[in-house]
Design a protein around this ligand. Structure first.
Ligand code: CU
Length: 146
């Protein structure tokens, strides 16, 4: 009885550890007033399912946002969101989805950028604050203007 319980705990442990890939921002920092191309790098699908869409919310601090065309994906531009639909991008394949943006003069020191990763019928919402969250939002560090 006790042995079974321990076995279950051991099997469950890896699942509760934070996943290593997540959504990575490249670059991770930029200066106020600078125009940068930001790539949202997707390293895995949603629980093994291939990625079919990505939606990036546009927070305060980013202006003049323009998506970078991505072959095989249809881009949609809304006032507060940029989305890509298509692919699919297989689980385990690593690709970036990019946009160009200018950091405003009054951009905060850190800008969390919520991302929703859609994999057919399921999705992963990368919207949580803090790097150690299960599904952290990618964060852009803002440096002073030179
Ligand atoms: Cu991950």
């Amino acid at each position: 009885m006790m042995k079974t319980a321990i076995t279950v705990l051991l099997l469950a442990a890896p699942l509760s550890m934070p996943a290593m890939a997540h959504i990575h921002l490249n670059p991770e920092q930029a200066q106020r007033g600078e125009t940068v191309e930001l790539a949202f790098v997707v390293g895995h699908g949603c629980a093994g399912a291939p990625t079919t869409a990505l939606r990036v919310a546009l927070p305060v601090g980013l202006a003049d946002v323009v998506p970078v065309e991505k072959p095989g994906w249809q881009v949609s531009v809304l006032p507060d969101e940029i989305g890509w639909q298509g692919g699919p991008l297989a689980d385990g394949r690593k690709e970036g989805f990019s946009l160009r943006a200018t950091l405003t003069a009054d951009a905060p020191d850190t800008i969390a950028i919520p991302v929703i990763q859609i994999c057919g019928d399921i999705q992963t919402r990368w919207i949580e604050p803090g790097a150690n969250a299960d599904n952290p939002a990618p964060v852009l560090r803002v440096l002073p203007a030179r």
